[in-house]
Design a protein around this ligand. Structure first.
Ligand code: FES
Length: 500
């Protein structure tokens, strides 16, 4: 039996459950949950190969919690088990699935229903070089050279919701008295499926409400309180082409951020990052709502990964806007210019899930891994510890987002009999403009599955962006009709490219 090093035990004391993602050298993924139970458990540890193992030294050096590792997806219909309830019985301890309440023995994985979840032996070994107790786990059977690519606590450390610009001095006059305050759960036509929540959240312009609805919807999904995911429904709701934005947030009060001076440069950066996070929340919901119905074979784990991503991006947005409000009360979120360039890539990839995963998650988000350390370093040098802590949380999460992109891109390639590396490079050539620029953060990219053969010496050939001769001709022939006297003409031209 092979074992994989997970973490020093002491690093696991912060939380009682952790999400582990393993990847084999063949590119297979396994998502697992590590449960750490308190020492108050009455269940005796056992020592057979597929069960929890406690080294003799641990008994002497208690208190140590009991550790269990189980697959993160319920073997019944694929619910995410990271929020399973743990129940201790006289002779066993079980994880109760939030969707249909099947219970699985954490040591054997067995359930009274006859289904069995995979469990893995856990050991604590003392490192002879430094005496540190380290947690190891048995590796999955299929696949070789398993590597831990993600170890993330299951928790949602949210900052308080960001203050609305409307409640600050500079913007208060812009909100009419009769402004309607929307409920988190609409009073009529409340969503009952994940797809319906996704479309509602995409259509929610107010960023605070978007964050609140995201938290609520993901909580309902994880705890089995939705009727279904809804991507196989006969008439699923359609997401908007571009999510709307609240007018108050577009009508910013600071026209030229350069005039803010040096002192405010950090605020400008936090504001820009918060704006990107707001678009990132939408991107996570959009990939589910837009491509779920056209890919009915997507398993629940896909939706679990992207629901987690939506929640992470909401957390990032809240942390950044709260930090911004504290650091620079005169420029809360919504008072500086924002852009929507990230959504350009969403529009270019709106007809293909494979292209979306490649361009948004494996190009844009992977680029974030390259530049984040420099930004973090700048805040570290300035001594701004609070902003630094926020940016470090964000960077750690972003590695897991690229991992999810890689996981589902390779899943699609395997399903369609394609080679992931050459397929990715083809998608970039078709859907990206210009060179994939370095310098690259090779280490974090590799942790996320992006080996160098994916991205080195690669450039897009602008097909998706180019105005071709036919289009030029069509634009010349465009006639404006129904123009009101005295009003400038406005026209919207939607161009669809054949991605074949
Ligand atoms: S009991 Fe877990 S999905 Fe049904």
């Amino acid at each position: 039996m092979e074992f994989l090093r997970i973490s020093p035990y002491i690093n696991l004391l912060t939380h009682s459950r952790f999400l582990l993602t393993l990847r084999s050298s063949e590119g297979k993924y396994h998502s697992l949950i590590l449960f750490r139970l308190s020492t108050g458990s009455t269940v005796e540890p056992v020592t057979t190969s597929d069960q929890y193992v406690e080294s003799p030294d641990i008994r002497k050096s208690a208190p140590y919690g009991q550790l269990y590792v189980m697959e993160s997806t319920c073997p019944h219909l694929g619910a995410d088990l990271s929020h399973a309830e743990i129940e201790e019985c006289e002779t066993s301890v079980v994880a109760v699935c939030p969707w249909h309440r099947y219970d699985f023995d954490l040591r054997t994985g067995k359930s009274e229903t006859g289904l069995t979840a995979c469990t893995y032996a856990v050991e604590i070994r003392t490192d002879p070089t430094d005496g540190v107790d380290v947690v190891w786990m048995e590796t999955p059977e299929k696949g070789s050279n398993w590597r831990l690519v993600q170890l993330q606590p299951v928790s949602e450390a949210f900052a308080d919701p960001p203050p609305l610009p409307a409640s600050t001095g500079t913007m208060s006059e812009s909100v009419p008295d009769h402004a309607v305050v929307e409920e988190i759960v609409p009073t009529s036509n409340a969503p009952t499926t994940l797809m319906q929540w996704a479309v509602l959240i995409l259509n929610t312009a107010d960023p605070t409400l978007k964050v609140q609805r995201t938290k609520h919807a993901v909580d309902l999904f994880r705890n089995g309180k939705l009727a279904s995911i809804g991507h196989r429904a006969s008439n699923p709701p359609r997401p908007p082409d571009t999510p709307p934005r609240e007018e108050n947030y577009l009508r910013n009060t600071v026209s030229d951020p350069r005039k803010l001076g040096k002192r405010k440069k950090a605020a400008v950066m936090l504001h820009a990052l918060a704006n990107i996070e707001q678009w990132a929340i939408d991107l996570a919901w959009d990939i589910m709502a837009r491509f779920g119905p056209s890919n009915p074979d997507l398993p629940p784990a896909f939706f679990s990964d992207f629901a987690k991503m939506a929640l992470d991006e909401s957390k990032h947005f809240s942390l950044l806007t709260s930090r911004l409000a504290t650091m620079s009360p005169s420029t809360p979120y919504g008072t500086l210019p924002v852009h929507a360039s990230l959504w350009d890539s969403a529009l270019i990839t709106s007809n293909s899930l494979r292209a979306r995963l490649a361009i948004i998650h494996l190009v844009h988000e992977a680029r974030g891994l390259d530049v984040n350390p420099g930004t973090i370093d700048r805040f570290r040098r300035s001594g701004d510890k609070d902003s630094l802590a926020v940016l470090e949380v964000i960077h750690a999460d972003e590695v897991t987002h690229v991992t999810s992109g890689h996981r589902w891109f390779t899943w699609m390639c395997e399903r369609d009999g394609l080679d992931p590396v050459s397929t990715f490079r083809d998608e970039v050539r078709k859907g990206w403009r210009g060179e994939i620029k370095g310098p690259f953060n090779d280490d974090d990219r590799a942790r996320a599955g992006m080996t160098k053969d994916f991205y080195e010496d690669l450039r897009g050939d602008d097909i998706g962006w180019r105005k071709d001769a036919d289009l030029e001709k069509a634009l010349e022939n465009l006639k404006v009709v129904d123009q009101e006297p005295g009003h400038p003409a406005a026209a919207t031209v939607k161009v669809e490219y054949d991605r074949g």
